[in-house]
Design a protein around this ligand. Structure first.
Ligand code: PMV
Length: 321
């Protein structure tokens, strides 16, 4: 069977940074995200071919990526037949633009269906999490909460929708300052920060409170409160990176120039807030009425700017025998 699925990446407003179980990708904290339309991954899985093959953007995947993708298929069935996987993104990969979130969400959906399984949203989210933690949040659409769970097998660590994508008309401006791959992969970055930063316990301690604050802000469409929770979570995550030994610096001079611009815009009465992930690119959340102004003030500092909106759930596009 061959199945094709699509998923959008998600951007965390309250961050997942730290694992309590490495092989199962179980997080140390709960997190909150927004699934984004505009950016997407489309993945096809042909279950039962002559040999394993993984293509990314039309080219054979690197050995390490192919190993990660094929290992993920083994989770569905350790005695699986050879498979062809083809995946394509319409945005830069591995640049802190959450490409692994859409990649493993689309792969979980396409592969589970191609192997003859019809998994629930919860089961799909648990499966996608095994590929990349943040991918569990790209299974439901809109505004999403990832419960960290407490069971040792991870079956209660999955994402749930807080509100659908049309609940709140926000805009997310992605300011690309460097489209290249990030210097340190997020798993390596979070493990190193957790192991060596004296700020990591503070990040853990504050995360639960920030997740509650963000959920409440989403429920009541309170942008001031959302931006507050998002910036505090991002700054605490960055504090763990920059106080790790040796430190991790994902930011570039242009990233900092954009963050400064956000505070200047706020002083000028423009409602916007910023966040970053494991890469130098900055995401600015704002209300639709100020989008043009925000883009104009950010553009001089970025090599590329994308304006996105909240997006829907991962979707099966087609299946054929
Ligand atoms: O899903 P991963 O393993 O690539 O981790 C993502 C971590 C951050 O993007 C930095 C934060 C988050 O919650 O998405």
């Amino acid at each position: 069977m061959k199945c094709l699925a699509m998923a959008h990446p998600n951007i965390a407003v309250v961050k997942y940074w730290g694992k309590r179980d490495l092989p199962l990708n179980l997080p140390s904290t709960c997190s909150v995200s927004v699934t984004l339309s505009g950016f997407r991954t489309i993945t096809s899985v042909h279950w039962g071919t002559s040999r394993d093959r993984v293509l990314m953007g039309g080219r054979p995947a690197s050995r390490s990526v192919a190993h990660r993708v094929l290992g993920f298929l083994d989770l569905l069935d350790p005695h699986r037949p050879p498979c062809h996987v083809e995946s394509e993104n319409n945005f830069p990969t591995s640049a802190g633009l959450a490409s692994s979130s859409s990649a493993f969400a689309a792969l979980a959906l396409a592969a589970s269906r191609a192997s003859g399984r019809n998994l629930s949203v919860r089961e799909l989210s648990v499966l996608a999490r095994r590929g990349s933690g943040s991918a569990c949040r790209s299974i439901p659409g809109g505004f999403v909460y990832w419960r960290k769970g407490s069971l040792p097998d991870g079956s209660d660590s999955h994402a749930v929708q807080i509100a659908p994508e049309d609940h709140w008309d926000l805009r997310v401006v992605v300011a690309v300052v460097d489209p290249g791959p990030k210097s340190i992969a997020s798993t390596a970055g979070m493990l190193h920060s957790a192991a060596t930063s004296p700020c990591f316990p503070v990040f853990l301690e504050k995360s639960g409170q920030l997740a509650t604050m963000a959920r409440e802000a989403i429920a009541t469409r309170n942008h001031v409160q959302l931006f507050h929770a998002m910036e505090e979570s991002t700054l605490l995550m960055q504090a763990t990176m920059t106080t790790a030994l040796p430190p991790i610096f994902y930011s570039k001079p242009a990233s900092l120039a954009i963050i400064r611009q956000v505070y200047e815009m706020r002083r000028d009465g423009i409602p916007c807030g910023w966040t970053m992930d494991a890469g130098p690119n900055v995401k600015i959340f704002c209300l639709p009425r100020v989008l043009e102004g925000v883009v104009a003030r950010i553009r001089p500092h970025a090599v590329d700017v994308h304006a996105l909106s909240p997006g829907g759930a991962a979707r099966l596009l087609e299946c054929s025998p």
